[in-house]
Write a protein that binds this ligand. Structure first.
Ligand code: ZN
Ligand code: FE
Ligand code: FE
Length: 167
């Protein structure tokens, strides 16, 4: 597809995010299931619910643009999810798996944070303040999810992984 202007790039990047979010709707329940710590399970489960909301927000934006949401694969998120799967299949102490799940989750969040920051900025420039606000709301939730994972890593999970073999 020949992209003529920023509006076309905006739609393409929204499609990429839409596919990335849908991949995460599938991956997050598996991550929650694999996690040993209750708090980590809860973090993934509650972010799954938020992620379903992100899909809905994007669908609303596409509706308003009169464009279809599908048709693109986010190869970056495919790679991030694939690496997460590799880690989950490793033979490792459960504490180590939890630390690795946080690492994988934060890779996904940072990708989304970069992408949402960009499309939010495009929406503002293109004069769609409503879309800009919706994208900002999602961006805020991605940021909070990332922060929550950092807190869990720092307060307990990384330390338990560090000493796992002595337990
Ligand atoms: Zn999201
Ligand atoms: Fe992508
Ligand atoms: Fe997310």
């Amino acid at each position: 597809m020949h992209m003529q202007d920023l509006q076309d790039l905006y739609v393409e990047e929204l499609r990429d995010l839409y596919n990335a979010e849908k991949q995460l709707v599938k991956a997050l329940p598996k991550m929650a299931k694999k996690a040993m710590h209750d708090e980590l399970k809860q973090a993934f489960t509650s972010h799954l619910e938020e992620t379903k909301g992100h899909v809905e927000r994007l669908e609303q934006i596409f509706d308003k643009l009169g464009k279809r949401a599908g048709g693109k694969t986010c190869k970056a998120m495919q790679g991030i999810v694939e690496e997460g799967k590799e880690i989950m299949e490793e033979d490792a102490e459960p504490e180590v798996i939890d630390a690795a799940l946080i690492s994988a989750g934060q890779r996904a969040e940072h990708y989304e944070i970069a992408a949402y920051g960009t499309v939010r900025t495009y929406a503002k420039l293109l004069g769609d303040e409503q879309a800009a606000q919706m994208l900002q709301s999602t961006l805020d939730e991605e940021g909070a999810a990332d922060k929550k994972l950092t807190e869990l890593a720092q307060s307990s999970i990384n330390l338990e992984a560090q000493h796992a073999q002595h337990a």
